[in-house]
Design a protein around this ligand. Structure first.
Ligand code: UDX
Length: 430
């Protein structure tokens, strides 16, 4: 099929490259000329394992192209996908649909063919596909539009694999739209959920909420474990063996970040409020996640003893999770802000990500994890990159001013750290 994908961010670009690799003819469209130029030259604006190689391969084999702005070439395509950003609206947490609305209007204004399938890919409030349909018809009375919903289920850092081997593919819409989606994904063997667009949009929000809820539950339980002498890791090992619960997304730490969980949980709160439905369960997941930073910072303050002012604090990891360069809603940003407010001197290292835009000139970005700990009084582990787990801890201890570690992702073993002579604190473990 011929696919026209509007929006070449984390979701749109992975979708464009992978659909091309499945054999479709794909055009990726964006409003950012610099990003499009980079893509046309085989460059990848985001760090996503395996994506650059696939991008280059499909460009060379002629199945993939990129262009700036929507144009009349859209009429050469069978389906248009909307994969633009839907950031959280400051005032109420609902998704900001400005770019979705702008894209729907541009699609309508440039489409002259008799029929076009338009698929919503971005994470949106329930009912958005219907609003897209209304917008298309209001700007174009000639074309017959069939609007569907195909929410993304990609984890950053694992997006290509998640696209090619998904647990399921969600297809919302009428017989034409869902038939088109079946054709798009016919080479991918997995359960395919065919439903209406509202339910498809709700599946995505619900899945992310349920995952975020597991993390906040693990974090709240970790605080009880720590207060009562239990070990959260042993607890979650025992709990996770219950087949009804399962072992995934029960890892306690400094809390979740990223462009999805925070936004989607707040989106559900806003939707519940809009319908005058009790939103306490959704709000609690958000509140626990936000309180996890305070819980972590209390540990840092205890480790620093009287004050953090003028103390050199090293941070390993600023990305919201390993294997990505994305720092959106990353716990590291909230932690660094608090450290700077307390007058600490902050040195950070991350193998891929950086927070120069957020903290330009206020902190030191080091080129090496050992450089970061040189002269530091406390080391904070905020992202569980593999390279930190295999660090030479004797070398770390020799470089630090005082051997103190607050481990926000439980990457080290408490008894080993004690034997090495570190003052060590972690999450939910004695
Ligand atoms: C998530 C969903 O997993 C994905 O299906 C959806 O399409 C997009 O949002 P992503 O945000 O990329 O993907 O990352 P994910 O791996 O889900 O982790 C999200 C956050 O939860 C990270 O900050 C991670 O550190 C944290 N996390 C994850 C935990 O704190 N504990 C866990 O056990 C798992």
């Amino acid at each position: 099929m011929k696919v026209y994908i509007v929006g070449t961010g984390y979701v749109g670009l992975v979708t464009a490259v992978c659909l091309a690799d499945l054999g479709h003819l794909v055009c990726g469209v964006d409003i950012d000329p610099e990003k499009i130029e980079t893509l046309q030259n085989g460059g990848c604006p985001i760090y996503e394992p395996g994506l650059t190689e696939l991008l280059k391969k499909n460009l060379e084999e002629g199945r993939l192209s990129f262009k700036v702005d929507i144009g009349s070439e859209i009429n050469e395509y069978d389906v248009a996908m909307i994969a633009v950003g839907t950031p959280e609206r400051e005032r109420d947490g609902r998704a900001d649909l400005f770019y979705v609305a702008q894209t729907a209007k541009q699609i309508a204004l440039h489409t002259t063919k008799n029929m076009l399938v338009v698929i919503g890919k971005s994470t949106v409030p329930i009912g958005t596909a219907q609003q897209i349909s209304e917008s298309l018809v209001s700007h174009n009375s000639v074309t017959s539009f069939h609007v569907g919903s195909n929410p993304e289920t990609l984890r950053e850092g694992n997006a290509v694999a998640d696209f090619m081997q998904p647990d399921r593919i969600i297809m919302g819409g009428d017989i034409i739209a869902t038939g088109c989606l079946r054709q798009l994904y016919e080479k991918i063997e997995c359960p395919k959920v065919v439903t209406d667009t509202c339910s498809a949009e709700m599946i995505k929000l619900t899945a992310n909420f349920m995952l975020a809820q597991r993390i906040s539950s693990a974090n709240a339980l970790a605080q009880i474990c720590e207060a009562s002498g239990a070990n959260i890791e042993n607890v979650m090992q025992g709990v996770g063996l219950d087949k009804r619960i399962g072992p995934y997304f029960l890892q306690s730490g400094v809390g979740y970040g990223g462009s999805c969980f925070p936004k989607d949980t707040k989106n559900l709160i806003a939707i519940a409020k809009h319908h005058r439905i009790d939103h306490a369960i959704f709000q609690t997941v958000v509140d626990v996640n936000e309180s996890q930073i305070c819980y972590f910072m209390r540990k840092v303050e205890e480790m620093a003893i009287m004050t953090l002012k003028k103390r050199v604090i090293a941070i390993w990891g600023v990305a919201f999770k390993p294997e990505t360069d994305d720092v959106r809603e990353a716990p590291s940003i909230k932690i660094i802000k608090e450290l700077l407010e307390d007058g600490a001197i902050v040195r950070v290292f991350d193998p891929v990500a950086n927070v120069r835009r957020e903290f330009s000139g206020k902190i030191t970005h080091c080129d090496d994890m050992y450089e970061a700990v040189h002269g530091a009084e406390i080391l904070l582990i905020v992202t569980e990159w593999e390279c930190f787990k295999s660090a030479d801890l004797k070398k770390v201890k020799s470089l630090m001013e005082t051997p103190k570690i607050v481990d926000g992702r439980n990457i080290f073993n408490p008894s080993e750290m004690k034997q090495l002579g570190f003052k060590y604190s972690s999450i939910g473990r004695p």
